[in-house]
Design a protein around this ligand. Structure first.
Ligand SMILES: Cc1cc2nc3c(=O)[nH]c(=O)nc-3n(C[C@H](O)[C@H](O)[C@H](O)COP(=O)(O)O)c2cc1C
Length: 217
């Protein structure tokens, strides 16, 4: 199996899917991983191999997500940090799916009432993730640069930090907005700053995970 970092480096959003079901062994592995991550992140994420009419909005048809066979519903008890945790643990699932040879796309545009998942009392459906076998692996997109997102001025950036930022820049963000900044303090601690925007809290969780995997810290 590919390492998490290898999966991260090769992954792109995929919006066009083959008409092919996810094999039952892989469904089982995904369910186990969802359970493990729900415990770790205090979430109630749910995987459904049949997305049903989750992606039946006009925009989904136009953008292609309507072809996704499966869906992961990102749900948790409502709290201030729910969106960021959804980003962090949801991205763990996204990278695991990539390790299994599957493709994914985070989605803020979908039909909430059609999501095949249980939303408990006090819980909130934050976002979903489309999952299946893509017609291809997606493609590279435009990205901000190291200088755009790193706000500290140092002459001595350690290698682990550079690798972390490289992987953070590969993190999926809503509409590819990349509205975050990264600060390296003199004591080598790292801070992430959310610059706002739609789903930017979820984006920040995704960015933090990608940074961690890149920096191997
Ligand atoms: C929180 C979030 C919401 C997203 N919502 C949608 C969406 O509704 N529809 C869509 O096609 N892509 C959506 N995306 C995918 C982004 O457009 C994509 O990640 C970004 O353009 C970067 O491309 P990449 O993932 O291939 O690196 C979303 C991504 C994130 C992180």
């Amino acid at each position: 199996m590919k390492t998490l970092k290898e999966a991260l480096l090769e992954r792109h959003s995929v919006r066009q899917y083959q008409d092919k079901k996810i094999e039952s062994e892989k469904c089982e592995l995904l369910r186990q991983k969802v359970e493990e991550l729900n415990k770790e992140g205090n979430l109630h994420m749910q995987f459904a191999e049949d997305a049903g009419d989750t992606f039946n909005r006009l925009l989904n048809k136009f953008m292609g997500l309507g072809s996704a066979p499966g869906v992961i519903a990102c749900i948790g008890e409502d709290s201030d940090d729910l969106e960021e945790r959804v980003g962090y643990y949801g991205q763990k699932l996204v990278l695991y799916a990539q390790q299994l040879g599957l493709n994914t796309c985070w989605a803020g545009t979908y039909q909430p009432k059609n999501v095949p998942a249980e939303i408990g009392k006090g819980e909130k459906l934050v976002l979903v993730i489309a999952i299946g076998y893509g017609v291809n692996g997606g493609r590279e997109r435009k990205s901000k640069t190291f200088e755009d997102v790193v706000v500290t001025k140092r002459t001595d950036y350690p290698d682990w930090f550079k690798e972390g930022v490289k992987c953070a820049l590969l993190a999926p963000t809503a509409m590819n907005q990349q509205k975050f900044e990264i600060r390296l303090n003199d004591d080598d601690t790292v801070e992430f700053i959310d610059k706002g925007g739609i789903h930017s809290k979820t984006d920040l969780g995704i960015v933090k995970l990608n940074f961690e995997i890149g920096a191997e810290k």
